[in-house]
Structure formats: structure tokens, C-alpha cells
Design a protein around this ligand. Structure first.
Ligand code: NAD
Length: 413
């Protein structure tokens, strides 16, 4: 059975709290979200049918500032998943030195089975249910199942309700409505920046290394493209339909064109098929899981030969696998650092919206690199200062110390 992702996140939280000797009152507060909104959204469908959609918004912790980010729409969505993602978002903001709280929201629905019109009405109804209070309280953004169009609907609904234009109220919107340049590529770019830094620390030369990438969506394809350009031989790539491998390396630009035409990586000329379960055991230097949670677990962690894992996805490594890999001295750049590029550019997006000054792409990318390298270095230093623990625990300990300080200054604890 797949591990409960919230329990996995909370186990990491509590281990970091123990090692970092975080105040028990702070830890008690962080065992659950500060606020959970739960809705049932009724929708009269275009085809004459009717459906009620469960939906949630979780404010995990707002000790450092207003809650922000992520709206997921998928069929089997659970409240625990949203809680875990809200906790991850809290830690990510701390890691990237962003004065914001962590939030996540979601609707249990299959966007692929809804007409465009029904999806728009569902997204707008979600915004009305939230009664949004603006950029200083809660700023929703995109996640799996939502994108720029959904965020444009959310922004418009918010502005219709309040009667004010306020681009900083919603993240991940199109640039023409006040979104940031570089937002779509930001997470993949951030994964690449941390991968490069960690590879350098391990003495791995990217142009002489091999890599495996699971997931070829927004994050995986952007990361793979940058890695390919850096000269790394990408020997396997997979998506939900299966994987492909080639010991000579896969041409990522050509693979992107193949996926645009065929909808999947399988069948890419010059490669053989490989099952998703087998790709992590391939002989390679670097693994980037950039698909879904809990894919590296106790049953496949022992077979991993790579020296470096960079977590593009949220929660791809279970607690048990984490321990096995730490013993095998495999370096893991944790999700809360590696994939924080999207959250970081969302911070820039909000900053731009509030100041009404919009940045060019070079500025966005330079600021992203600075923040994310800072997060990586902070994780490495904190890990070293705590008995050479893992980068994951280093990141969480550093974040918890910031939250502890903020809660004490506010006299919450
Ligand atoms: P996406 O929907 O664009 O792409 C997901 C990819 O993973 C697709 O190629 C899909 O086929 C593949 N996939 C899905 N299920 C799979 C499975 N069981 N096995 C193998 N492959 C599978 O999503 P994305 O935006 O690229 O996000 C990928 C991961 O990164 C998610 O875990 C997400 O939470 C995380 N993440 C994304 C962002 C972002 O900005 N997009 C930010 C932070 C974290």
C-alpha cells in the first residue's frame, strides 16, 4: 500500500524537530494545519447532469507571513494530500527565505472529464467558496490539473467579487494579466540549478555523467532539456504510460517533439521500452523523480546505483527508502529545496503585482538562481552542523528554527 503522504511529511517534520531541538510547543502547533476550509461545490453540468465536488483549502502555517500557493484538481484527491502539500509549502518558503506561509488547495474532480465550460464554473465556484481575502491573507496558485487558464479564471472571479483589479491576489497567471515571465519553466530550472550544485559538491562532472528522469511533464521536460544542454547523457525517461532507454543518451529536443505529437515517450525512435518500476535500478549517476509521490520505496531503494537523487516531484522518496539511501551514502536534494523554483517565482510574481513593476526574464532567472542556491547551501550547512545529517533534515531543521523564531516573536508559544 502506498504510504500516506501526510504521515511521511510529518515523520520528517518530527525527526527534524528532535535533531534540531525545536521547542515542543512549536512542534505541537505544527502537527496539523492551522486552518482547514472544506467545501462541497454543487455543479449543474452542461450535459444536464449534476455533481457535487469535495474541495479544500489548507493554511498550514502562517507564522512567517501570508499563506500562498497551489490548487490541485485530480480525481482521487484527499485532504491528507493537501495537508502534506501545505506543510511542504511552509518549509519551501522558509528554505527560499520567503516571508510567507504555506497553503494548498484542491478539488476532487477529473478535469479531463469536464467540459471547458463546466471546469470554468467549477474553478470560479471554488474561488467564491474561499471568500478570498487578497494578497496579504491567501494567494492561491496552480498545481496538478490547473494551469494559466484556470488561474486567469480565478483572478477574474476574485476581481469580480471585490470590484478591484489586484494581480497579486492570484499566482501562476498568464503574463498578460500580470504573471511573471519564467514561471512555467521555474521549477524545472530550479531542479537543474540544485542538481548542478550538488553534482559539483560530489565531484560529478555533468558533461561526463548519466541520468534517469521519471516524469516528462512541466518539471521533468524543462529539467531534462537543461540537463541535456549541459551535456549529461540522459539514458532513460518515463511518463505515466511507461519508459524508454538508450545507453547512447536520448535527444531531449527530439523527444519533446515526439511527445507533442504522440502524447507519450514510448515509441521514441532509437530507444527500447523500459517499465517505470525498472528505471531507478539502471546504472546511472543521477536520478530525477519528477512525476508523483512515493515512487522510491523500501522495495526498490536497495537497487539504486545512482550517487545523486534530486527530487523534482513532491515526496517521491518514502521515509524507509530515505534511511536506506542515507546508509548507502546516496545524496538526496530534497523536494523542499529542489522543486522550490515555482514557489520562488510565485513570490516574484506577487512582488511584481504589488509594485506594478514587471521584470525581464534575465532578472527573474538571476534572482531564482540566487535564492535556490542560497536554500541549497543553507541545507548543506545546517546538515553539517547537525552531525552530518541529510540535506532533507538540514532543510527542515533550518526551516523549523525560522518558524520557531517567528512564533516566539509573535508570542504564540
Ligand atoms: P505534469 O502533470 O506536467 O507532469 C507529470 C508527468 O509525470 C507526466 O509526464 C506524467 O505522464 C508523469 N506521470 C504521472 N504519473 C506517473 C507515474 N505513476 N509514473 C511515471 N510517470 C508518471 O506535472 P508537473 O507539473 O511536471 O509536476 C510533476 C511533479 O512535480 C509533481 O509531483 C508536482 O507536485 C511536482 N511539482 C511541480 C511544480 C510545478 O511548478 N509544476 C512545483 C513543485 C513541485
Amino acid at each position: 500500500m502506498m504510504d500516506n503522504v501526510f504521515q511521511v511529511a510529518r515523520n520528517t517534520l518530527n525527526r527534524a524537530g528532535d535533531i534540531g531541538r525545536i521547542d515542543q510547543r512549536v512542534m505541537e502547533m505544527l502537527q496539523a494545519p492551522k486552518r482547514i476550509q472544506e467545501f462541497r461545490i454543487p455543479l449543474k453540468l452542461e450535459n444536464g447532469g449534476f455533481k457535487v465536488f469535495p474541495a479544500y483549502r489548507v493554511h498550514y502555517c502562517d507564522a512567517l507571513g501570508p499563506c500562498r500557493n497551489g490548487t490541485r484538481i485530480r480525481p482521487n484527491l484527499t485532504l491528507d494530500e493537501i495537508k502534506a502539500l501545505g506543510l511542504f509549502m511552509t518549509i519551501k518558503h522558509c528554505a527560499a527565505a520567503i516571508p510567507a506561509g504555506g497553503a494548498k488547495g484542491g478539488i476532487q474532480a477529473d478535469p479531463a472529464k469536464l467540459s471547458r465550460n463546466d471546469l470554468e464554473r467549477l474553478v470560479r465556484a471554488f474561488v467564491r467558496s474561499l471568500s478570498p481575502k487578497g494578497p496579504w491573507a491567501d494567494v492561491p496558485g496552480a498545481d496538478i490539473g490547473t494551469g494559466e487558464q484556470a488561474m486567469a479564471w480565478m483572478l477574474d472571479e476574485y476581481e469580480q467579487i471585490t470590484g478591484n483589479h489586484c494581480p497579486a491576489a492570484i499566482n501562476d497567471k498568464p503574463a498578460i494579466l500580470g504573471g511573471s515571465l519564467g514561471g512555467e519553466e521555474a521549477t524545472g530550472r530550479g531542479v537543474f540549478i540544485t542538481l548542478k550544485a550538488a553534482a559539483q559538491d560530489l565531484g560529478l562532472v555533468l558533461s561526463k555523467s548519466t541520468a534517469v528522469v521519471q516524469g516528462f511533464g512541466q518539471v521533468g521536460s524543462a529539467l531534462a532539456e537543461l540537463l541535456h544542454t549541459a551535456g549529461t547523457r540522459i539514458i532513460a525517461v518515463s511518463d505515466v504510460f511507461g519508459g524508454i532507454r538508450s545507453s547512447n543518451g536520448i535527444d531531449i529536443d527530439a523527444l519533446k517533439a515526439h511527445v507533442a505529437e504522440n502524447g507519450k515517450v514510448v515509441g521514441f525512435p532509437g530507444t527500447e521500452s523500459v517499465a517505470n518500476e525498472e528505471i531507478f535500478a539502471l546504472d546511472c549517476d543521477i536520478i530525477v523523480p519528477a512525476a508523483v509521490q512515493s515512487v522510491i520505496h523500501k522495495n526498490n531503494a536497495t537497487d539504486i546505483k545512482a550517487k545523486l537523487i534530486v527530487e523534482g516531484a513532491n515526496g517521491p522518496v518514502t521515509n524507509e527508502a530515505d534511511e536506506i539511501l542515507a546508509e548507502k551514502k546516496v545524496t538526496i536534494v530534497p523536494d523542499v529545496v529542489a522543486n522550490s523554483g515555482g514557489a520562488t517565482v510565485c513570490h516574484f510574481e506577487r512582488t511584481q503585482g504589488l509594485s506594478d513593476q514587471y521584470w525581464d526574464l534575465e532578472t527573474v532567472n538571476a534572482q531564482l538562481e540566487k535564492r535556490i542556491l542560497g536554500a541549497y547551501r543553507d541545507a548543506a550547512e545546517t546538515a553539517k552542523a547537525h552531525g552530518n545529517t541529510t540535506l532533507r533534515l538540514g532543510t527542515w531543521i533550518s526551516a523549523l528554527k525560522k518558524i520557531e523564531k517567528a512564533m516566539k516573536l509573535r508570542s504564540w508559544v
